[in-house]
Design a protein around this ligand. Structure first.
Ligand code: SAH
Length: 373
């Protein structure tokens, strides 16, 4: 491309780019659509903005309170002891956002000096913009940090992987049961040339699920692949994983793709690159992926139960001890948001899953694993 063409291309919206791809190549999978919308190198949602906080599009647990990252830092220190305290271990965060979780985790981890000494920090982040924010957040962490664009770039060796609201950003595919069989739901163009959902012409013979016509199956192949890779690393190299996400514990029919902009739901096809796209994570599929790599799965448990087990009440009391009444009220309100377990609250909606080698029978925050395995 010439420089002028390059500029014209750059100024065009991602939506126009996607329309052109569909016009040239035919309808694309939801998986490809999500990947373009979220992580297109120059026009993707995460690559072009800071989505977090009250002024952004959504608020995540580490942004609600420092307690969240601190407890995860202490979890990492405890699990490190349980896996045999390898003298060098990588602490790897997937999708660290603004870096708050890791900053809080590392501060808390100083309470376990042997662990703090043993770790090297690695961050997997698709967005250069967010990587820069992470650099600033971790400037005074006392640990050198290495960035990677994907898990494959993280060197082999013992590692503790942490992922909060990461798996929900990985692209999925949708299949719809019709009278003729399962067809893939695709993103195409309607008669006006607007992006619209449609169906593949061909059916997918390898999907065997029995379901009524009209049922939708959402398959998070990228998430499952990633979990398999992480679990395989843990089995061969030692380590552990902690994954926290909005999700469900048992595979079910139905689709959960949603777009959020400025704290409101919007049409997922309306503004690719301008709104966050997520799905609810299928934790049973992640658990199957880890088990099939011969790792042990702990949980999933609800976030509220997990944080209570890790001692969030005690942590809140400690923070309130030296706080003004206003700060104390903030700690209480953050606590309620993180652990509230009514059906529509974070403490219940978010699930936590850990993965270790099979020899590790218990993980902090989880009830003991069953005696069967
Ligand atoms: N964990 C943070 C941020 C969650 S948002 C928090 O809890 O606040 C998702 C994060 O994952 C962002 O940092 C985003 O840029 C990153 N991300 C999304 N898809 C990615 C991908 N395919 N590869 C690497 N990073 C990705």
């Amino acid at each position: 491309m010439t420089e002028t063409q390059e500029r014209a291309h750059q100024e065009r919206s991602l939506k126009d780019d996607i329309r052109e791809i569909v016009a040239d190549e035919g309808p694309i999978s939801i998986e490809r659509y999500m990947a373009l919308a979220l992580t297109h190198p120059t026009k993707g949602y995460y690559t072009t903005r800071n989505p977090f906080g009250v002024e952004g599009d959504f608020v995540t647990a580490p942004e609600i309170s420092q307690m969240f990252g601190e407890l995860i830092g202490l979890w990492a220190a405890e699990i490190w002891t349980l896996i045999g305290a390898p003298p060098r271990i990588r602490l790897v965060e997937l999708g660290p956002g603004r870096g708050a979780l890791m900053a809080d985790a590392l501060r808390a981890a100083r309470a376990a000096p042997d662990f703090f000494q043993a770790i090297d920090v690695h961050l997997v982040e698709a967005s250069d913009l967010l990587a820069e924010q992470q650099r600033q957040a971790l400037r005074d962490s006392g640990k050198p940090v290495t960035w990677h664009k994907g898990l494959d770039e993280v060197p082999q060796g013992p590692a503790i992987f942490i992922a909060n609201e990461f798996f929900d950003a990985l692209p999925v595919r949708h299949y719809l049961k019709t009278a003729k069989g399962w067809r893939e739901r695709l993103v195409g163009l309607d008669p006006e040339g607007e992006l619209a959902f449609g169906l593949s012409e061909e059916t997918e013979p390898y999907i065997k699920a029995k379901a009524e016509d009209g049922s939708i199956l959402e398959i998070g192949a990228a998430a499952q692949r990633l979990m398999t890779q992480i679990a395989a690393r843990i089995v061969t190299e030692n380590g552990a994983t902690l994954a926290i996400d909005y999700g469900y514990a048992r595979t079910a029919f139905g689709e959960t793709l949603q777009a959020v902009k400025a704290h409101q739901f919007v049409d997922p096809l309306a503004e690719p690159g301008q709104a966050d796209l997520t799905t609810h994570v299928d934790f049973s599929a992640l658990a199957r992926a880890a088990s099939s790599a011969n790792a042990r799965v702990h949980g999933p448990v609800e976030q509220g139960a997990f944080l209570r087990e890790l001692g969030i009440f005690q942590r809140a009391e400690t923070l309130k001890r030296n706080a003004t009444p206003e700060q104390a009220a903030q700690v209480d309100s953050a606590l309620a948001r993180l652990i509230g377990d009514a059906a529509d609250e974070m403490g219940a909606l978010f699930k936590v899953l850990a993965v270790t080698r099979r020899s590790v029978k218990e993980a902090p925050g989880f009830a003991p694993a069953g005696a069967e395995a």
